[in-house]
Structure formats: C-alpha cells, structure tokens
Ligand binder design. Structure first.
Ligand SMILES: Nc1ncnc2c1ncn2[C@@H]1O[C@H](COP(=O)(O)OP(=O)(O)OP(=O)(O)O)[C@@H](O)[C@H]1O
Ligand code: SF4
Ligand SMILES: [Mg+2]
Length: 323
C-alpha cells in the first residue's frame, strides 16, 4: 500500500501586514505510511501545528502555502477544489484533532451538537437523529459513556473531553488521524487513556495511521513507529522510534533527547546538558543550517550552506556531519 499522505518540499508562511513573513514550515518533505504511528516532535514554535494545519487543509490566512505539494488518496490536496476537498478528503480521509481542540468546544452547546455539526459538515444529508445514533454507537464500541452526548463541555473532565473529541472526529473512519498535542495538559492516567484510545482506533481499523504531535518524547517511545524531529520550520531527522530515541544522530535530536526525562537508565546516562540558546526568529532565520547558532558541533560550512538530506535505510538526517 502506498503512502497515505505525502508532503513534498512544503513551504507555508504566515504573511503579516507590512510584508513580514514567518517561515513556519520551510521545505518539509515527509510521508505518513500505512499502519503507522508517526511522531512529530520539536521545541515550541518549530512549526508542528502549522504543518498539521496545511496537510489537513485546515489552514487559514495569514498562513499561506508558498510552495510544495501535499498528496493524498491520489489527489494533490493543495490544488483540489474546496468543495471536493470537503466532500472527499476532510473528515473522511484525513481528520485532525487540532491543538487545544477540547478547550475550543462551544461551552453553551451539548456535545451532541458538536457531533451533529461535525458529521453534517462532511455529510450534509445525514439527519440529526442518525448523527447522534452514529456517535452513540461509536462511543459504546469504544467504552466511553454515552452520557457525554448530553453533557456540556464543562461537565466533562479534560481527559474525557479529549477522548470524546477524538472519537467524534473519527466517526467517518478517516484513514489518517492527525492528533496535535492530544495529551498535553492532561494528567498521567488521562494521557494513558488517550493513548489507549488511539491504539484501539488503529487496532479496530477505524483509522489506518496516526500523525501524533507531541512534546513528550517518552510517550512517543511507547507508541511511535517512526519519529520526525522539526527545528525552526524544517525537519532535522526522521527515523524509526529506536533510531531517534536510542541512537539520535543529528546534534539537535541528541540535545533534545538529553533535555527530556527518559526513564531508562542507559538513555539517561548519555544525557547531555539542556539545549543552550533559544530557537531562531522565523522572520529572519539563520543562513546555512538553522541550528548552527546553538550547535556545539558546527563547522564553518554550516554557516554558509543548508545541509541536504542524507538517507540511510529508514533514517534521513539533515546535517553536514552526516555527509
Ligand atoms: N496565526 C499566526 N500568526 C503569525 N505567526 C504565527 C501564527 N501561528 C503561529 N505562528 C508562528 O509560526 C511559528 C510556528 O508555530 P506553530 O504553532 O506551528 O509551532 P508549534 O511547533 O506547533 O509550537 P507548539 O509546540 O508551541 O504548539 C511560530 O514562530 C509561531 O509564533
Ligand atoms: S549542519 Fe552543522 S550546525 Fe547544523 S546540526 Fe549539523 S553540525 Fe550542527
Ligand atoms: Mg503546536
């Protein structure tokens, strides 16, 4: 089976008044394969949510696609007419749970209305009753209490709200689920429940693959098949979970692993100091390798030229040291 979703040299900038551009996604090439959990990680502001918005066609101005392609289900999504994308792709082929979605639920509406609106957006002919019945059945199948449908958002715990949003976002059995920080701000047991739900959706073949965006690398260690690391709008390293967590090659990935609390002793022992410096301003990112101002391994060349990708097996690294 071919890739479910592919971004090719994708560039998406926030174009602000006065001509300023924030280069939030700047030349990303990445695929989501069938039957995988792809983790996407990197420091705050590196462009993870921007990438998620563009590949799920949920982006709005000032975010503008500057270049590149997004391919899915035989279509070039960025040139697909809006109506066709709404009918054939959004919610049905790709569904996204945006960052903070559980806090964006309308506080004056019961959850059942969210389910109705969500379904009707992609399937306008469905009756309200059928939409609610579909949501109820799916909640039961996934062992969530049916009472959530008649609840208001504030009546549910954060974990229950997040799981409900995920269940309702996947009612149309999309092949791809993009979950942007679905576990952040949740306690450990609620995080586990969200992870279990994602795994059940995959096991039951309700969805085929997940792109899981998170800051929490220990969680990716538990669930990801592959991990993509972003830095300042670009990918720096993509590989299998084992490669990225246990044998990171790119200096940024190594620093990121070192700055995370990983429970395994052999990983902790390799721990290096926290990452010095701050991520660059994406209005005017550094020339050459964007990580060079913070990189202890940089060579003269890193300041001049952007490192091209180097692929060995399943791993691709963007660093001059690998060439
Ligand atoms: N609506 C917006 N207008 C202008 N700039 C924006 C907007 N949204 C995001 N940005 C900028 O784009 C860059 C990438 O942001 P993005 O939200 O994609 O990062 P992120 O990796 O998801 O961060 P986080 O981990 O905090 O969620 C940042 O520099 C951010 O300040
Ligand atoms: S290309 Fe150079 S500056 Fe960038 S991560 Fe590699 S060694 Fe460091
Ligand atoms: Mg984000």
């Amino acid at each position: 089976m071919k890739n479910l979703l592919e971004a090719q040299n994708l560039k998406a900038y926030y174009r602000l008044v006065g001509g300023t551009q924030i280069k939030a996604v700047d030349g990303v090439t990445l695929e989501l394969r069938p039957n995988e959990v792809l983790g996407i990680a990197g420091e705050s502001g590196c462009g993870k949510s921007t990438l998620a918005a563009v590949v799920s066609l949920t982006h709005n101005p000032p975010l503008t696609v500057i270049d590149g392609q997004v391919a899915a289900n035989g279509f070039d999504l960025l040139t697909l007419p809006k109506e066709q994308a709404r009918r054939e792709i959004k919610g049905r082929y790709i569904s996204v749970v945006p960052q903070g979605a559980m806090n964006a639920l309308n506080p004056t509406q019961r959850i059942r209305n969210f389910a109705i609106d969500m379904l009707r957006e992609h399937q306008p002919e469905i009756t309200k009753q059928d939409a609610v019945d579909l949501a109820r059945t799916r909640l039961q199948e996934l062992s969530l209490p049916e009472r959530v449908l008649t609840s208001y958002p504030h009546e549910l715990s954060g974990g229950m709200k997040q799981r409900t949003v995920i269940v309702l976002s996947t009612l149309l059995n999309p092949k791809v689920l993009i979950a942007d920080e679905p576990t952040s701000a949740l306690d450990v047991s609620s995080q586990k429940a969200v992870i279990r739900l994602l795994m059940t959706l995959l096991d039951e073949q309700i969805i085929t693959s997940v792109a899981f965006i998170t800051h929490e690398l220990p969680l990716l260690r538990q669930v990801a098949d592959r991990i993509a690391i972003m830095y300042a709008g670009k990918l720096v390293e993509v590989g299998t979970m084992e490669e990225i967590i246990f044998e990171p090659q790119h200096p940024y990935t190594r620093a990121l692993m070192g700055s995370m609390l990983v429970p395994e002793r052999h990983v902790r022992e390799r721990r290096i100091e926290g990452i010095p410096g701050v991520p660059p301003d994406l209005k005017n990112p550094p020339a050459g390798c964007r990580f060079h101002p913070r990189c202890a391994d940089r060579i003269e060349w890193c300041l001049q030229e952007e490192p091209p990708p180097k692929t060995v097996g399943d791993r691709t690294t963007w660093c001059w040291l690998m060439h």
